[in-house]
Ligand binder design. Structure first.
Ligand code: AHG
Ligand code: MN
Ligand code: MN
Length: 335
């Protein structure tokens, strides 16, 4: 615990350093924190309030929606649309971006989010989370699709909230990464993990091994070498994890290092990857880079990709610098 600094105090302190700051950004983060506290409450009640299981519907990605995918989407949409701090929003669970209904004022930000990441884990009581990415709205406050399709390097802020044994918010505004833990007694996020740094070296990798036969050669080579351990070219043993919840994997990597990969695979050639660029790869990439790690497709830096669609998929390789660089070098030497 770092002198009992709340998320609010932390943001106000940061805002003092920005001359033209109007306070809207701090209010927006407050809106997001409150929405995520409401989500944490739903997630933690689980079967007591009948929120688990399938909603019986499909989202734009053709994935079966869980009840909590729908509930968390609704909480985020209502909180943001009524906040006065955003001019538009986009969610994993909604095909088109959303504007602000006439009865509410508009604000100068756009928010893109994955309301519930790792939702396949919800029925087995494992960690899930909410991921968000904040961009500047156009001056007119009338956003078009092009205003959302901005490179990850243009994000003003990115964060995620982890609904695990403790509820945590991990945040970057481009000045490093800070972690806050929800104090359930007082209902505030407290700064518990200031200036998070990812160790550059690691002996832990995360990938869904069941897709091995569909990977490209550089990924096969990298994982084969890890698995060979001290009998192979790496000369050291590796450990493996796969939680199937990106928020939990990224948090582990922020805590003790590691590499996470959801690479391109040939299962469905129409899909360039599993994860979505705008509300998964970009915000996580911003956070990981701000903590000293790297985030890549294997061939290019994620934050420099020019998006073409709201729900675009992308290969993701992120984590400890030395390991991501190694994977990139395997792609380069393959040509
Ligand atoms: P979502 O629940 O928002 O659809 O995202 C789940 C993602 C990500 O969190 C995780 O890393 C990956 O899907 C797991 O995929 P597999 O089930 O293919 O392992
Ligand atoms: Mn997700
Ligand atoms: Mn999701």
């Amino acid at each position: 615990m770092s002198n009992n600094v709340t998320l609010n105090q932390f943001l106000i302190q940061q805002q003092r350093n920005v001359l033209e700051a109007s306070g809207t950004f701090t209010l927006l983060l407050n809106t997001l924190a409150t929405a995520c506290k409401a989500i944490a409450h739903q997630v933690k009640q689980g079967d007591l309030i009948d929120v688990l299981g399938s909603a019986g519907s499909e989202n734009v990605q053709g994935e079966v929606q869980k009840k909590l995918d729908v509930i968390t989407h609704d909480i985020m949409v209502h909180a943001l649309q009524s906040s006065g701090q955003v001019a538009g929003l986009a969610s994993e669970e909604e095909e088109e971006f959303l504007t602000i209904p006439g009865e509410y004022p508009k604000g100068k930000y756009l928010v893109l989010f994955d309301p519930l990441d790792g939702s396949s884990n919800i029925d087995i009581n494992m960690t899930v989370g909410t991921i968000f990415s904040i961009l500047r709205a156009p001056e007119s406050l009338e956003p078009s699709l092009g205003d959302f399709l901005r490179k990850g390097s243009e994000q003003v802020c990115a964060g995620f909230v982890l609904y695990g044994p403790a509820t945590m918010m991990i945040l970057t505004t481009g000045q490093g990464v800070n972690g806050f833990t929800l104090d359930q007694e007082i209902g505030e996020f407290m700064l518990t993990h200031p200036n998070i740094r990812i160790p550059e070296a690691t002996q832990e990798f995360a990938i869904n091994m069941s897709n091995q036969r569909f990977w490209e050669a550089p990924i096969k080579r990298y994982v084969d070498e890890c698995v060979l351990g001290d009998t192979g070219p790496r000369g050291k043993n590796f450990n493996m994890r796969w939680i199937a919840s990106m928020v939990a994997e990224v948090y582990r990597i922020l805590t003790r290092g590691g590499i996470f990969m959801y690479p391109y695979d040939i299962r469905d050639p129409s899909k360039p990857g599993r994860l979505r660029l705008m509300y998964e790869a970009n915000p996580m990439g911003f956070i990981v880079e701000q903590a000293g790690g790297l985030c890549s497709t294997g061939r290019a830096r994620i934050l420099e990709l020019q998006p073409s669609e709201l729900h675009q998929r992308v290969p993701v390789i992120l984590g400890s610098k030395q390991e991501v660089e190694r994977v990139e070098s395997y792609f380069q030497s393959q040509g």
